[in-house]
Each structure stands twice: as C-alpha cells, then as structure tokens.
Design a protein around this ligand. Structure first.
Ligand code: FEO
Length: 172
C-alpha cells in the first residue's frame, strides 16, 4: 500500500476512534442527567464511530498495509448543557469531514483510485451525519428552556439514528 495513503488512513483511524470515545463520554453524561433517549442515541452514535474505525483497520490490513491501533486521550466527563453537547458534536463532525477530504486528496495525489473509491462511503456518511447533527441542534434551539419540549425531544431521540443498520454489523 502507498505509504502516504497508509499514513493518512491511520490518522483517520485515530479520528474515528477518538470520535467514538468522545460520543461515549457524552452518552454517559446524558445518562447521568436522566436524558435516557439522548443517552441511547449517543451510545449508538459511539458504536457507529467504532464501526467506522474498524472498517478502516480492516481495509488497511487487507490492502497490505499495517493498521495502527491508537492510544486515546481522555474525553471530558462534564458538559455545560444539552445544546453544548450537540454543538460540540457538530463541530467535531465538521473536523472529521475535513480530515476525510484530506484523505481523499492524498488518494488523488498518489493515484490510489481503489482507496479513493473506498473513501466515498465516508464522504456520504459525513453528509448524513452533519445534516442530522444540524437538525438536532436546530430542534434544541427551538425548544429553549421548555421542560415539556425537552421531554419530547429526549423521547424522540431515543429512536433516531444515523444508520442503525451499520451498528453491530461486521466491518468489511
Ligand atoms: Fe465517523 Fe462521525 O465520523
């Protein structure tokens, strides 16, 4: 496997793993706030990020590279508020999109069209994740401090997911 592409993919492995930990920290915080629907959504989201990481690990190894399993820094255990959680989540996803675009760019520079093709799945995934994060954030901002609204929001989020069919599936 081309060394620059391998390095870019390994950096992306670290980003997906960190995303999984970050959302896991958010899920745990939400659970302790009694926001069970939000917690469930975030736990699922954390699993999805782990799936994104695994898919990359397997791809790198199958293509003759060596996947590097990263050590991770501790994510925060406290968050200011629910709007704060989702604005951090959106901000984080925007950074992930940027980094996926960088991987795609390296693939083009190195003329690695197979990896370029593989990365298109991540490009579409980011579109969906960003759109969902924006929709959720808009809803929270509409609710403001309304307790009844928050209750309904939390209940609805329990059933929302980006791509539920991915969670628990074998990475390929
Ligand atoms: Fe796998 Fe949400 O980036």
């Amino acid at each position: 496997m081309n060394k620059r592409v391998e390095e870019a993919l390994n950096q992306q492995i670290e980003k997906e793993a960190s995303s999984s930990q970050f959302y896991l920290a958010m899920a745990s915080w939400a659970e302790n706030q009694g926001l069970n629907g939000t917690a469930k959504f975030l736990y699922k989201h954390s699993d999805e990020e782990r799936f994104h990481m695994l898919k990359l690990v397997k791809f790198v190894n199958e293509r003759g590279g060596t996947a590097v399993i990263p050590g991770l820094s501790t994510p925060p255990s406290e968050f200011e508020s629910l709007p704060n959680v989702f604005s951090l989540l959106l901000e984080h996803e925007l950074k992930v999109t940027e980094s996926i675009n960088e991987v795609v760019d390296v693939c083009l520079q190195e003329k690695d069209y197979t990896t370029h093709n593989f990365m298109q799945w991540y490009v579409s995934e980011q579109l969906e994740e960003e759109a969902l994060a924006r929709t959720i954030l808009d809803k929270i901002q509409l609710i403001g401090g309304d307790k009844g609204g928050l209750y309904l929001f939390d209940r609805d989020l329990e059933n929302a997911s980006i791509q539920p069919e991915n969670v628990g599936n074998q990475a390929n």
